[in-house]
Design a protein around this ligand. Sequence first.
Ligand code: CP3
Length: 342
Amino acid sequence: MPEPPFLAACRREPTDRTPVWFMRQAGRYMPEYRAARAQQGILEMCHKPKLVAQITLQPVERLGVDAAIVFADILLPFEPLGVGLSYASGGPKIWRPIRTPADVDKLEHVDPARHLAYCLEGVREAKAALAARFPAVPLIGFAGAPFTLASYAIEGGTSRTFETTKQFMYTHAGAWHGFMERLAELVGSFLALQAAAGADALQLFDSWAGCLSCADYQEYVLPHSRRAIELASAAGVPVIHFGTDTSTLLELMAEAGGDVIGVDWRIPLDVAWARIGGRAVQGNLDPAVLFAPPEVLERRVKEVLRRAGGRAGHIFNLGHGIQPGTPVENVKRVVDLVHGRA
Ligand code: CP3
């Protein structure tokens, strides 16, 4: 079987068509997902490997995307870490946020092979389901990057300004680095285990790293992302390094590692690619364009493709995840436009 276009693009090999998938492609914008979700909470869903496989395949069935991403969440390691995790309508809630160095010391030791075994089982089930029904579609495993996880653990939930996180980082530099080292080992080894369980590629989500200055990213974050990516890369599958609002950080993110660098819509794809240099790139349609009328949608999709210029190593994606309420038919139309069928 020829190599799937998504994996070829990760390796910057030429493909007959641009591969496309979407961050958050399984989720509330999709009626099939909402039907399963109506019965139970997201945490409960993540704990059921057969259901995980089913939800992972929904966007492959419905949209014809070139990759599946295992259904899970970046915050799942918070359960065994002992900080308390639940999801409410306003977003995730961490019940015992990390506010002092003593809070870091109190964290439980997490062994992903044991404490996140149910996620690895989800990866195995998803891979088996794909092999049976869509053998040419690769599976992506993922984890949150140390900074993005630390920000949730410290803020206690979603934040706009990350003041509490930055205050901790500046005030307790030793405890910060200790916490980040632990998170890097955890997510790096968790990613490698997902590859061993069947993931064909891995994505590290550093969704909120863009709130940092270059100097702070370099000092407080880069070594830890590098360590996580080094551990993940040892599994021998491509690693995608993703962040948003990272126009100023792209070179540093590339320095931290990743075969593919995720790019958001705030910067033209070709400008970003020139700065990143010899890596593959993933992106970078604004998720809000999925709410636009057909002619604007088509113009913006073609604009991304024009800037990629048919060069090997472009994976089409959004610059961030699909929003709830997105019309499914528009997502499908993007797949068809990228595949040259619309
Ligand atoms: O991409 C996929 O289809 C795979 C599944 C996936 C989820 N979360 C499922 C989910 C992935 C890859 C994630 C990653 C994730 N989770 C990130 C990084 C990507 C990004 O968007 O920046 C972050 C920051 C989180 C943390 C998180 N989980 C938030 C902030 C929320 C609440 C906001 C929201 O979108 O609902 C979640 C919950 C969550 N994770 C849902 C899903 C499908 C919605 C849960 C529900 O059904 O109510």
